[in-house]
Design a protein around this ligand. Structure first.
Ligand SMILES: [Zn+2]
Length: 498
């Protein structure tokens, strides 16, 4: 990235100024982004037929096929050499892991997973291991201070359901090989926990990695009775005389049932003219949550709205190119998979980019832009922007000026505050570009009552505001793709390097 900034600037006579005054050419093609077209695409992607577009499932495959078909109809190139569906697909290999043979053996016998123990994690032991297990009190730092837990197992009584997470961090730091947690007050409560975990863990967790080494993740939840029998005492005495509890030996086995599945990022490429080696990327995730309790999670806003925006931006830029007004830089329109499972598709792309990241000028990421959140009921003409100034204050300025010139939305920076607890900058696909020093803007309407519910449906979409927000992204992309010099990075971004 640094090197490229030193390249001589290619001057061009077709310099287009968009600062402050309206560029009628950009305006003409922005107007081809219409409510009708957005609605037409969304009525397919957010229909029940697409089954909530869950990563790796049939609905996601149908959505991918639809998007690739639109790219093909437009005449975009499929840029993935050897990639499926005419090069529009970047295959993303994923691992889905479910609990395999998991048990703990004590003097009293063998305890199987989902009986009075639950293993929660993605580590494997590669066979049965024997360990000394120490009682670690409530798992506070003070409790651990007095104990040598290196390479040993440790059992704690956690005061509340999620209190164990902090203990787990300390236990890992101190070299413990496994944490056992009692976080229910009765065996009946534990049975309830078994029901929940048995359901969710057996659905399979998706990840880019096959599994992790034993010591870096995972805990055994155990019932109160299990702990009492293990140390041959009762919970009351465990609490009262924690220092007097003698360690015992146990053995356990953890294996996972890991399957490889495949999902797809869908990419459409529009080649630029004199600056075609530089790339503007426009992203949205097209996956959603699938089906739960017999209800389809249509994900009309999340992120059907962003996906159809990408399709409409692609159409507008293609129309411009067909009229001899194509962008100077190339544009990659990319709808990514696996966002809801942990930003997996964009993480895979960033690790296996089709175009060099050092030539990637910007990522404009769109995730939920078709609704109005409760905070803006009185002023629906807004959009939250996140990240624009983090790596390039020039990007922030361009974004502001473009909005003032063309769309005049209220740009709300609430979520851009570094101290905001929601940490949105790290929570959608743009982060995988930003962490590689590629400047980004994230466009977002905020959360609402239908967020991640089966009620996130198309009839609740405000197509007028969706169109205006998509046009804002279009105009911003237009300026970024056509300006003479590529975006200047802030000094802080350059220092971080990559
Ligand atoms: Zn989303």
């Amino acid at each position: 990235m640094k090197k490229l900034l030193l390249l001589p600037v290619i001057l061009s006579t077709v310099f287009i100024s968009s600062f402050g005054q309206i560029n009628p050419v950009a305006q003409e093609f922005a107007n081809t982004i219409t409510e009708t077209d957005l609605n037409r695409h969304l009525s397919v992607l957010a229909s029940d037929a697409l089954q909530g577009r869950e990563t790796g499932k049939a609905g996601q495959k149908m959505a991918a096929a639809y998007i690739a078909e639109q790219f093909k109809l437009l005449g975009l190139a499929g840029p993935v050499t050897g990639g499926g569906n005419l090069g529009y697909y970047q295959t993303v290999p994923l691992y889905t892991s479910k609990p395999g043979e998991i048990y703990i053996s004590t003097k009293k016998g063998k305890h199987h997973n989902f009986e009075d123990i639950i293993y929660y994690g993605s580590a494997e032991t590669q066979g049965e291991v024997n360990k000394e297990i120490i009682f670690g009190g409530s798992g506070s730092e003070a409790d651990f201070e007095l104990l040598d837990i290196k390479n040993k197992a440790v059992l704690i009584l956690s005061e509340n359901k999620n209190g164990w997470r902090a203990s787990a961090r300390v236990a890992i730091e101190k070299g413990a090989s496994m944490l056992f947690v009692v976080n229910t007050t009765s065996d009946d409560n534990f049975k309830e926990m078994v029901k929940t975990y048995n359901g969710s863990l057996n659905e399979g967790r998706l990840s880019l990695e096959k599994s992790v080494p034993e010591s870096t993740g995972g805990v055994f939840f155990v019932s109160p009775t299990f702990a009492e029998e293990l140390f041959n005492t009762n919970i009351k005495s465990l609490k009262a005389d924690s220092k007097k509890i003698q360690s015992v030996t146990i053995s356990y086995n953890i294996s996972l049932q890991v399957d490889e599945i495949y999902s797809e990022n869908v990419l459409g490429y529009l080649e630029g003219t004199d600056l075609k080696d530089e790339l503007v990327v426009i992203t949205a995730h097209y996956d959603h949550l699938g089906i739960g309790d017999d209800e389809v999670f249509n994900g009309a806003d999340d992120d059907g709205s962003g996906t159809v925006s990408v399709l409409e931006l692609a159409q507008a830029f293609v129309d411009a190119k067909n009229a001899g007004k194509g962008p100077r830089r190339s544009i990659l329109f990319m709808t990514v998979t696996g966002e809801e499972k942990g930003l997996l598709g964009s993480e895979y792309y960033a690790a296996n980019p089709i175009f060099p990241l050092e030539n990637t000028v910007v990522d404009l990421n769109i995730d939920m832009v078709g609704r109005v959140d409760p905070a803006h009921e009185d002023n629906p003409d807004y959009v939250y922007l996140v990240g624009a100034d983090r790596l390039s204050s020039e990007l922030h300025d361009i974004s502001e000026k473009t909005n003032k010139t063309y769309t005049n939305l209220t740009l709300d920076y609430t979520y851009n505050d570094e101290t905001h607890p929601d940490r949105i900058y790290y929570r959608s696909d743009h982060w995988n570009f930003a962490k590689n020093n590629v400047p980004i803007i994230f466009y977002f309407n905020g959360v609402h009552a239908d967020y991640h519910q089966s009620t996130d449906t198309i009839e609740k979409i405000d197509f007028n505001i969706l169109k205006t927000r998509a046009q804002l992204v279009f105009h911003t992309a237009w300026v970024l793709a056509n300006k003479n010099q590529r975006l200047v990075l802030n000094n802080t971004a350059l220092q971080k390097g990559n």
